[in-house]
Design a protein around this ligand. Structure first.
Ligand code: GLU
Length: 478
């Protein structure tokens, strides 16, 4: 059996859209599940859209996600070059060959003439005007330096059917298609041409891409047939929606891999979530490593209906990944976010990390969770009133001096010790430990909701800062 070869063929736009990442992932999973090769090809024939650094971003996003390609522009391979702008001569040669075989023709029509073909509804379809030019005329006009394009010659009538491995038989009437440009006047190919030439020359066995190409595939098949080449298998993937009516859009930068990484999503979690956008394994697992996905991947788990991008679910999954990290790994990943927070320079950053790991779903939530604790100051005294713990202002006033004395006389400021000793202290004072801890929590943070209970926060603050804050609160109540 021929070795499976799939490819990811992005245009360098300057960002890695999650829709693109999903295409790359499925192409990778399909190839690896079959022991095949996964190839990266850069489709940069639209030079007007050149973005500095865009190609490098594709390399790094794929590698960061664990999608190591077997061949590609930066690592080479036997089927290069893997950048379309470096393959101009190849396209030229095949375009001429296709013309000889009747599958394409030169077109010299001016912009004005093309515009005159627009009907009253604003639609325009090329009328095959130049198809009838004689070979002599074509040669003469090319020799005289007249600009031209090369168009595909699509039969005026008839239809074509192919089998998509997800969507089944797809039939398109030739009358719905147009003689699209294959080679532009600057000599660069369009996607319509380059994808066919490259997929064939690169030995791609399975073309995996978005459904937007489902109905143009018959045009590509005409070219495979004209060249006498074997058509690849096609796997078109369902659209990803932002909500019930809107597509997740590249243009508006809706969902870029980099943005999610910056917001504190783990790469493993992103790639795991992206896998679920249109595919479910037979056993319905959700949290999977890339290796597990490779093993479980199969086309019958791919859905035909659009999938909705759900950031809440991505967040949940990310939280699961965060919880599964070792404290050391979490610390390393969380450090940049902790350093950005008000805790930097005030607290022991390792302790901040330990407090945060069970409590955040993204690393980006760290500053908003820890800043209120770090920025202690005056606060609303009403916070001492708490129904459940039966605390109030007066009780706070009585207990605060006790808490100050306790803190001053305690040296072991570990959470366990503080918790045990404060329970004893509450019994000794004849109050519920819940009440004592509530008052302590408010007095050392000025917050009713804190990441961790009173003793965990006190352990983070340390003895000196805890005493200082308790005294500040007592003064506030006076
Ligand atoms: N360059 C095309 C795109 O970014 C690739 C489509 C394909 O995979 O054939 O949409």
């Amino acid at each position: 059996m021929t070795k499976v070869r799939t490819r990811f063929a992005p245009s360098p736009t300057g960002f890695m859209h999650l829709g693109g990442l999903r295409t790359a992932l499925y192409a990778y999973l399909y190839a690896k599940n079959h022991g095949g090769d996964f190839i990266l090809r850069i489709e940069d024939t639209d030079q007007a859209r050149f973005v500095e650094g865009a190609v490098e971003l594709i390399y790094s996003s794929l590698k960061d996600s664990g999608l190591y390609y077997d061949e590609g522009p930066d690592i080479g391979g036997n089927y290069g070059p893997y950048i379309q702008s470096e393959r101009k001569e190849i396209y030229k040669k095949y375009a001429e060959e296709l013309i000889k075989r009747g599958g394409a023709y030169y077109c010299f029509c001016s912009k004005e003439r093309l515009e005159s073909l627009t009907d009253e509804n604003g639609n325009r379809k090329y009328d095959k005007h130049c198809l009838s030019l004689s070979k002599e005329e074509v040669d003469r006009r090319i020799a005289s330096g007249e600009p031209y394009v090369i168009r595909q010659n699509i039969p005026a009538e008839g239809k074509s059917t192919y089998h998509d491995l997800i969507y089944g038989d797809i039939t398109v009437d030739f009358s719905e298609l147009e003689d699209n440009i294959l080679i532009k006047s600057d000599g660069m190919p369009t996607y319509n041409f380059a994808n066919v030439i490259d997929d064939h020359l690169m030995g791609i066995t399975h073309v995996i891409r978005g459904t937007e190409y489902l109905s143009s595939t018959p045009k590509y098949n005409l070219m495979y047939d004209a060249f006498g080449w074997e058509r690849p298998e096609y796997i078109h993937l369902p659209t990803i929606m932002k909500d019930a009516t809107r597509k997740l859009s590249k243009r508006y930068g809706d969902a870029n891999f980099d943005d999610f990484v910056k917001k504190g999503y783990l790469k493993e979690a992103i790639i795991n979530y992206v896998a679920l956008l249109g595919w479910a394994p037979k056993d319905n697992s959700e949290k999977m490593t890339l290796a597990e996905m490779v093993e479980k991947f199969s086309l019958d788990g791919i859905s035909r209906s659009p999938s909705i991008f759900d950031e809440v679910k991505l967040k949940w999954l990310n939280g699961e990944y965060i919880r599964a990290l070792s404290p050391e790994d979490f610390y390393a990943l969380a450090l940049p976010y902790i350093e950005k927070s008000a805790a930097n320079g005030k607290f022991d950053l390792k302790k901040v990390a330990a407090l945060m790991q069970p409590r955040v779903e993204t690393l980006g939530e760290i500053p908003e969770k820890i800043d209120p604790i770090a920025n202690f100051g005056d606060y609303d005294k009403e916070l001492f009133f708490n129904k459940k713990n039966k605390t109030d202002f007066a009780l706070a006033k009585t207990l605060l001096p006790e808490l100050i004395g306790f803190a001053e006389n305690t040296d072991d400021f570990s959470n366990d010790n503080l918790y045990a000793k404060l329970s004893e202290k509450a019994a000794e004072l004849g109050v519920k430990s819940g009440a004592l801890l509530w008052i302590m929590r408010i007095a050392i943070t000025g917050q009713s909701v804190t990441p961790g209970g009173a003793t965990e926060i006190a352990a983070l603050l340390g003895k000196e800062e805890t005493v200082k804050r308790l005294k500040h609160s007592l003064a506030l109540l006076a």
